[in-house]
Design a protein. Structure first.
Length: 167
């Protein structure tokens, strides 16, 4: 495995807290724009969705946040635990991994992946970490390959819209 480049700035990786709701909602807009979306939902709708997803009862997902030296959110890893995985175990499913462009190629994404693997390993009965990336996303594919992860060809992804876009 390649040696990772040292980060030029200090970042903190920590679980999302309710006080982060607005900052996560802002980061979600940045992620949407990164993926080419031009129709961004209003901030209040995003705020409400973040609140429900991360802090509802029960929460729909969890998130690790990357905070820079100034206290600004500059990245996230959103994930959920899924059951069943192998046998009767469960898995950690990474839904979104995002690091702001100014911090890419500085080891932040690799640290997020390490934290996710540690979370999965520490959780009794969790047998693996799984995620997807688009075939036409060479940057993400190269990133995962640089960390020593092999692509898995065994699944075909299906998707159907429910017609609901907001909470």
């Amino acid at each position: 495995m390649k040696e990772r480049q040292e980060m030029s700035m200090t970042v903190t990786i920590r679980p999302a807290e309710r006080r982060d709701t607005e900052a996560v909602a802002d980061l979600i807009e940045e992620i949407e724009r990164f993926y080419g979306s031009t129709e961004i939902q209003p901030l209040e709708e995003r705020r409400s969705q973040v609140e429900e997803a991360l802090f509802g009862s029960p929460p729909l997902a969890s998130a690790l946040l990357v905070e820079d030296e100034a206290g600004d959110l500059v990245g996230l890893a959103a994930y959920s635990f899924l059951w069943p995985a192998a046998g009767s175990s469960h898995s950690l499913f990474l839904k979104e991994l995002y690091v702001r462009g100014t911090l890419r190629r500085q080891g932040v994404g690799a640290r997020l992946m390490d934290e996710l693997r540690a979370l999965a390993s520490a959780r009794p009965g969790c047998s693996r970490v799984e995620w997807m990336t688009d075939h036409d996303n060479p940057g993400a594919r190269a990133f995962y390959k640089s960390l020593g992860f092999a692509e898995f060809d065994g699944k075909i992804v299906y998707r159907v819209d429910t017609g609901t876009t907001s909470g």
